[in-house]
Design a protein around this ligand. Structure first.
Ligand SMILES: [Mg+2]
Length: 414
């Protein structure tokens, strides 16, 4: 059987690059994206080239980074924006194959085997160029016949480069590399390997499968398979990895809610953030769930099925509002509200039902809501607002999606 054609595309300094796209002045200074910048124990999540040159490392504390680079500019992470760009990149990859598997927020494997365009290097070069031109970001791409080598290849030359690992060159390219560069060789395994004198991937291979098995058990066999390029793990189809079971958001308001109008305003705002996240992850909900807590901290939850799977605020918000108002009594003081979309299904699995009369209207609403996602992604969550949110600004003056955003790891799996 012919070899597979597998690409691994890695977005370079992803968080930092997205920030530099937004604030071009950051290109000329050492900068880093850091969790909790006010706290000096916060962690560096990504850095630009100038910060890298100054010795700043990912995962070290702000305090350590500042010691090496006192002028370091810190930017807080904006996951909603990173997810937005991650999704754009994925969309582009999906033009070439339906087998696109995300690995974290900024990496994907593509399997081009049997696709109309299956010249790995040519497609890799084209992707590199297109991501730069169309998104303003750079990627490094590894090309090989298995996922492990493709991943290793994307690490070898970066930023903005393509590396092919072939049957002809892998002994020279892969085997001399440090064993830590092999995917899944974590710190514990690496320490164990170093202790028995293994420093390179080639030296790992030299130990042979049965010896590796005697030290590491089944993991040893996997290591041997990975190191030798024998791994046959498939690239999962786009949309198959579905770790998200539900998407929800809740808010404890600045003051208790007394009127139906106030409740409606907050419910719409929550529904907007929930449906925007649904669109980010390409899912539709079949059930909506609400939660309510009054000033005596009495908790209340209800759910209802939706007439058809949806990712539209236009449909989820009225359903959530109805559920809440059905159970709201005049005089009740509401302290906190939550909206959750459950029973999710990937939109790729929904059949197009455009023959239904309301389907045209739904498609138009989807385009409208996606446009709002895009505007908010670029200009901030408060750049486009619903009329109803102006009922009481103190209630709705939240960039709710950003302030409570779920960490993207939850969206894309390990
Ligand atoms: Mg990366």
């Amino acid at each position: 059987m012919a070899d597979r054609v597998i690409l691994h595309v890695d977005q370079n300094s992803f968080y930092a690059s997205v920030e530099m796209l937004r604030w071009p002045v950051l290109r000329d200074v050492p900068c880093a994206v850091a969790g909790d910048p006010v706290n000096r124990h916060g962690i560096i999540l990504a850095k630009n080239q100038l910060a890298k040159k100054a010795g700043v490392k990912t995962a070290e504390t702000i305090w350590e980074a500042k010691q090496k680079c006192p002028d370091l500019i810190l930017v807080p992470p904006d996951y909603a924006r990173y997810i937005h760009y991650s999704r754009l990149a994925r969309k582009l990859y999906c033009e070439y194959t339906d087998r696109v598997e995300s690995f974290g927020i900024d990496e994907c494997w593509l399997d081009l085997t049997g696709c109309p365009r299956d010249d790995g290097i040519a497609v890799a070069e084209e992707l590199r160029r297109r991501v730069k031109e169309e998104l303003g970001l750079t990627v490094s791409v590894g090309v090989s016949w298995n996922k492990i080598y493709a991943k290793l290849g994307s690490d070898l030359k970066k930023p903005d480069a393509v590396t092919a690992i072939t049957r002809d060159n892998y002994l020279d390219v892969v085997y001399p590399r440090p064993v830590e560069e092999l995917l899944y060789v974590g710190r514990a395994t690496s320490r164990k390997l170093r202790r028995i004198g293994v420093r390179t991937i080639g030296e790992l291979v030299d130990l042979g499968p049965s010896y590796l098995r005697s030290i590491f058990g089944v993991v040893g066999l996997s290591l041997y398979t990975f190191a030798t390029g024998l791994d046959e793990t498939p690239v999962t189809k786009a949309g198959r990895e579905v770790p998200v079971k539900s998407v929800g958001n809740s808010l404890t308001t600045h003051h208790d809610l007394y009127t139906e109008q106030e409740i409606k305003a907050v419910t719409y705002m929550l529904s907007e953030s929930v449906t925007s996240r649904l669109r980010d992850v390409g899912m539709a909900a079949r059930t909506v769930q609400i939660s309510m807590r009054d000033y005596q901290l009495y908790n209340f939850e209800r759910q209802a099925s939706l007439p058809f799977p949806t990712q539209l605020c236009y449909e989820i918000a009225p359903a959530a509002t109805r559920l809440i108002l059905n159970h709201f009594e005049q005089g009740q003081k509401i302290r906190s509200l939550g909206v959750r979309a459950c029973n999710l299904i990937p939109i790729s699995r929904l059949k197009q039902q455009s023959y239904l009369p309301h389907e045209k209207k739904r498609e138009a609403m989807l385009r409208l809501e996606e446009t709002i996602d895009d505007l908010r992604g670029r200009y901030g969550g408060l750049s486009v607002r619903r009329g109803i949110s102006l009922v009481d600004r103190s209630l709705t003056e939240h960039d709710i999606k950003r302030e409570n955003v779920i960490h993207p790891i939850g969206f894309f799996g390990p």
